[in-house]
Design a protein around this ligand. Structure first.
Ligand code: LLP
Length: 409
């Protein structure tokens, strides 16, 4: 089912007309479909149902507490990478025993917090981090469950800025180092090695790198003879932003995961972010100005790279669709740009587009993951509102930031 679609040329999110909302509220704003989030969660779980995994939603993809609550009600846990994300996950009601904490640079305070909250796993990314956790655990008189993150040296085909599993990337331990870590960990008396974790990158559209990763994990289990209680297979599952983006074949990979689980008698964890929320939101914006350039027309939106960074950071393709469709044609090339004073504050260019007028509303598509969570106050712009729709009701889940908050320092 498509939760964001046109009815009689009017864009709707579930049963709410985007135009009616945009005319009432100040644009730009993020607009989510709750039904879509729920459906994505169910279908992700369904893909792997035979392995009965724990899903730890990757909070960095979207850290709005109300969205976390929707996921918590579905049974989701959380993958967090900072003390702030950990506190948000707990505030949303996610039980600490469903929370895993990754990240290469956890601070003393973050480690203490994770220990005090008794989370499921701290996924350790270096030997020295393990030494520090062991010391802090000793001071707190606790024994702490950890996972160890593998860097499998696998080149997953994705944007170079979001790949995490190659030897040159800062994440996890190489196979050799991880194996010797497993043998030395006995010295760290306050740690319990409960898991091995891996995450090879994001927006991956082929199942092959995931399959290769399973092989590396098998090799490690065989060499160390450690039967980990949990095997955390990370996130990274891509979505189709463009028509040409292929979809992952989950069936085949899921069968392999099931076999793996049975063979090594472990519990499986996944940490999806994008696959759960990516296609569930649009960013509603107004055409502030149309301006003629020498070989194209600029549609200058009131949303900018501060509100939505993915295009500027990763050259990501996000279609911009009209809120009201018409059948007239725009003359020449149209480029959608934002107001921020940076050349990279631009979104997408179309050779063909419908007739566009100043003050028309448009929607940037598929912005539910790494949209609001990556936004900033650059150019001293307040963070924009986030709204979620359930059936015919729209609810504000983040108010537009009061400019007064930006005038304090
Ligand atoms: N687990 C770990 C340890 C991660 O580092 C990440 C993402 C995930 C899970 C979730 O990955 P996902 O399922 O969402 O692909 N800002 C970039 C993406 C950065 C991803 C960082 N790590 C973007 O907008 O494409």
């Amino acid at each position: 089912m498509s939760y964001i679609r046109y009815k009689n040329n009017n864009l709707f999110v579930e049963r709410v007309s985007v135009r009616s909302l945009a005319s009432k509220l100040s644009t730009p704003f993020y607009l989510y479909s709750e039904g879509n989030i729920i459906e994505n969660y169910r279908s992700f779980l369904n893909n792997f149902k035979k392995s009965n995994p724990l899903i730890c939603f990757s909070v960095k993809a979207n850290s709005n507490i109300q969205i976390l609550k929707v996921l918590r009600k579905m049974g989701s846990g959380a993958d967090v990478v900072s003390g702030g994300e950990l506190l948000k996950a707990i505030k949303s009601g996610i039980k600490p025993n469903k929370i895993v904490f990754s990240g290469v640079g956890k601070t003393e305070d973050e480690i203490k917090l994770a220990i005090r909250k008794k989370i499921l796993l701290i996924n350790v990314e270096s030997e020295n981090e393990a030494v520090l956790i062991n010391k802090i655990a000793g001071n707190l008189k606790k024994r702490v469950a950890i996972g160890i993150r593998l860097n499998p040296d696998i080149n997953a085909p994705t944007h170079q800025k979001i790949s995490t599993g190659k030897a040159e990337d800062k994440f996890g331990l190489s196979k050799t180092n991880l194996i010797s870590f497993c043998f030395n960990i006995k010295k760290l008396k306050n740690l319990r090695l409960n898991a091995i974790s891996v995450h090879i990158g994001s927006q991956i559209l082929s199942e092959n790198p995931f399959k290769k990763t399973l092989k590396v994990l098998e090799e490690i289990i065989k060499k160390t003879k450690i039967y980990f209680k949990f095997v955390d297979l990370g996130g990274g599952f891509g979505i189709a932003y463009k028509k040409s983006d292929r979809q992952i074949n989950f069936k085949n990979y899921s069968n392999l995961v099931e076999k793996f689980k049975k063979k090594y008698n472990c519990n499986i964890i996944f940490e999806p972010g994008r696959a759960i929320v990516g296609n569930t939101a649009i960013l509603v914006s107004k055409v502030q100005y149309l301006k003629k350039g020498s070989n194209k027309t600029f549609a200058i939106l009131n949303a900018g790279m501060n509100d939505f960074m993915r295009t500027a950071l990763y050259d990501a393709v996000h279609n911009i669709i009209p809120v009201i469709k018409n059948s007239k044609k725009n003359k020449g090339t149209l480029e959608f740009v934002g107001p921020i004073c940076e050349t990279t504050c631009k979104f997408i260019k179309y050779k063909k587009y419908q007739k566009l007028n100043q003050s028309d509303f448009v929607a940037i598509s598929d912005v539910g993951a790494y949209g609001a969570s990556l936004s900033s106050n650059y150019n001293t712009k307040p963070l924009i509102a986030e709204i979620i729709v359930k059936n015919s009701k729209a609810r504000v889940i983040r108010k537009k930031q009061d400019i007064k908050n930006l005038l304090k320092q």
